[in-house]
Ligand binder design. Structure first.
Ligand SMILES: Cc1cc2nc3c(=O)[nH]c(=O)nc-3n(C[C@H](O)[C@H](O)[C@H](O)COP(=O)(O)OP(=O)(O)OC[C@H]3O[C@@H](n4cnc5c(N)ncnc54)[C@H](O)[C@@H]3O)c2cc1C
Length: 392
């Protein structure tokens, strides 16, 4: 096995595979030697996102697409057709099956080694990557896995969900319930998320935005109450899924301490205000691949300053006034078309549109957030104990 590569990619999860796929569509890919370093961890997760047109190969991984979306609350029942941007669901099994069974076997220039990375040294053009199985040299490192001191994450989107099945039709398979706020808010801002996979099956997730993670029983007690209240008894639980997504500004950065390029969650691709990253990582992969082949500085896909600022206000409210969140989100969806909210969440709106959106939200709490928001330096502290990628 060679000790020197043109590119080393650390981590064999979502962002790394997307980057490989984007690189592979460029002329000359087969002549570059790539080392993909991973832990071989089975990532038991799925991805949902809004997208008008899905490019290959992602199109073939989509298991479900919803053309209608509902948001429910004690004061709101709103369902709208998603004309321009349907909501797609890619199960992790389909994503990784494509890469391990189809992509990697045909690209012999990519060496996939299960060897956890223990350190990165050097500088752009001359890196050494240390692993549990030896050290490797390269000019370019893309890192989605290794963190010497994991960033401290204060706000998580954390959840537990059940895949459930019924003998009779129960769900409307056309409509995804993005948020149902008709759940107790006493433990923090929370909602149910219902992805109907057919009229007789669904993934129902109890989701929190906040800093305290709960034991499985806490999520499950409410899942049971909710499912039985909304749909009835007589269901079977076929699988459980849980996870936590960092909702944080400033603790992730586009490059690491040696000048390596951070990608995925580590590279700040998770939108702090929503927890979505799939679409953004795809765009970032394109930018990185284009830059590598043209020897240019990449135009990274992270949040603009304006949207990062909006997210910082929301995160402050989530952290210090979670009781205000139900009415903020209810008013957000009540006050405009759903596709406009999606464009806003995907950071595609213009300032005048955003002012209109803000005019529909509770004002006092945002003014409070404006004045009370902590200085950025306070958000940069590092925690040495808990790995940020522990998602279950
Ligand atoms: C449960 C869950 C559900 C999500 N759902 C959505 C969704 O529906 N829509 C959306 O847009 N976003 C979603 N996200 C956010 C985001 O899209 C995912 O977290 C995505 O997997 C991030 O990709 P990544 O490559 O950065 O991290 P990962 O996919 O977690 O990959 C990181 C990889 O690095 C490896 N690694 C870690 N340490 C080392 C080391 N020292 N050496 C070598 N390898 C290492 C890990 O084993 C892992 O394979 C979700 C996140 C989670 C946690």
């Amino acid at each position: 096995m060679p000790a020197t590569y043109d590119i080393i990619i650390i981590g064999d999860g979502c962002a790394s595979m997307m980057l490989l796929e984007a690189l592979s569509r460029r002329k000359g890919f087969d002549t570059i030697n790539i080392l993909l370093l991973g832990e071989g961890a089975k990532l038991d997760r799925s991805w949902c996102f809004w997208e008008k047109e899905m490019p290959r190969p992602y199109q073939s991984m989509v298991k479900q697409t919803w053309n209608k979306m509902a948001v429910l609350s004690s004061t709101l029942t709103k369902t709208e057709t998603l004309i321009k941007r349907p909501y797609h669901y890619i199960p992790g099994e389909a994503f990784f099956a494509y890469f391990t069974e189809q992509f990697l076997p045909v690209h012999q220039n990519v060496h996939h080694l299960l060897a956890p990375v223990t350190g990165i040294e050097g500088r752009p053009g001359r890196f050494t990557v240390h692993t549990q199985q030896g050290s490797y040299h390269t000019a370019q490192v893309y890192n989605s896995g290794f963190t010497p001191a994991p960033p401290k994450v204060e706000v998580w989107q954390h959840f537990r969900g059940w895949f459930i099945e019924w003998d009779q039709p129960v769900h409307d398979p056309e409509t995804v319930v993005l948020m149902d706020f008709d759940v107790p808010q006493d433990k923090g801002f929370s909602f149910m998320y219902v992805l109907p996979l057919s009229s007789r099956s669904a993934l129902v997730e109890y989701t929190f935005f906040g800093s305290t993670l709960w034991e499985a029983q806490t999520y499950e007690a409410e899942l049971k109450v909710y499912i039985e209240k909304k749909y009835g008894t007589g269901y079977r639980i076929t699988r459980a899924e849980n996870g936590k997504i960092p909702m944080q500004l400033d603790v992730f950065s586009a490059t690491g301490p040696c000048g390596e390029i951070n990608i995925g969650t580590l590279g700040g691709m998770v939108k702090a205000g929503t927890g979505y990253a799939f679409r953004r990582m795809r765009h970032d992969s394109e930018a990185l691949a284009e830059a590598w082949f043209n020897n240019k500085t990449p135009q990274r896909a992270g949040s603009s300053k304006r949207f990062a600022w909006y997210d910082s206000l929301l995160l402050w409210i989530i952290q210090y006034h979670p009781e205000a969140c139900k009415s903020i989100f209810t008013q957000l969806f009540a006050g405009q078309k759903m596709e406009q909210v999606i464009r806003f969440m995907d950071e595609e709106t213009k300032l005048p549109e955003e002012l209109l959106i803000f005019s529909t939200l509770p004002k006092r709490i945002f003014i409070q957030a404006l004045f009370a928001r902590r200085p950025k330096s306070a958000q940069k502290s590092l925690l040495k104990s808990e790995p940020v990628f522990s998602t279950t």
